[in-house]
Design a protein around this ligand. Structure first.
Ligand code: HEC
Length: 155
């Protein structure tokens, strides 16, 4: 299994090859209302989520995400038009505009799960707990993971 790796500063290295992992689902525009954030209209962005095949097998077998599970999430803007297109409706995944992971690594994170958003570099620092972890802990169906939105992880 591809395991999470970190540099000497404790930043997580961008995982390689995740597009070949198991694709657990795509959500469009999901968001929870947070204080001070305006509600926006429009479809929002696509979120594509992948998990290592070994972690997928383990979860399907016993309902537990094993240590070193990584869920990788790409976000894409929702496109509606192509030049010269005769499309009349619908949205497609247009521009890749974000890449984040959730990683279960109790050796690193006291609350087991860490959350990282990667920019242009090869590594990035995990977010403080309040920024990501707490919403996942509160709303996600199984062990901080939003399995309620991923059809093939609903058991
Ligand atoms: C207000 C709630 C909320 C906060 C805060 C939040 N998330 Fe999430 N996150 C969600 C929801 C809802 C999903 C379900 C899938 C989706 O959005 O498409 C999700 C899914 C994910 C996933 C896919 C795996 C999983 O756990 O289901 C990753 C990776 C992720 N979020 C990273 C982050 C990072 C990084 C941060 C902090 C910068 C963050 N999240 C903060 C609500 C939140």
């Amino acid at each position: 299994m591809t395991e999470p790796a970190y540099d000497s500063e404790g930043d997580m290295m961008r995982p390689e090859g995740y597009r070949r992992w198991v694709f657990v689902g795509s959500a469009l525009g999901l968001r929870y209302v947070q204080d001070g954030e305006p509600e926006d209209d429009g479809p929002g962005s696509f979120h594509n989520i992948y998990i290592q095949p070994e972690a997928y097998d383990a979860f399907m077998a016993d309902g537990v995400f094993p240590e070193k599970t990584i869920l990788a999430m790409e976000t894409y803007t929702a496109g509606t038009r192509e030049p010269q297109s005769e499309l009349t409706g619908g949205y497609f995944e247009d521009v890749l505009d974000g890449f984040s992971v959730a990683v279960k690594d109790s050796e690193r994170f006291p609350e087991s799960w860490g959350y990282v958003t990667f920019g242009d570099g090869d590594s990035a620092a995990p977010f403080p707990k309040a920024r990501c972890h707490d919403c996942h802990a509160k709303h996600a169906a199984v062990d901080n993971v939003f399995t309620q939105f991923y059809p093939i992880l609903r058991r």
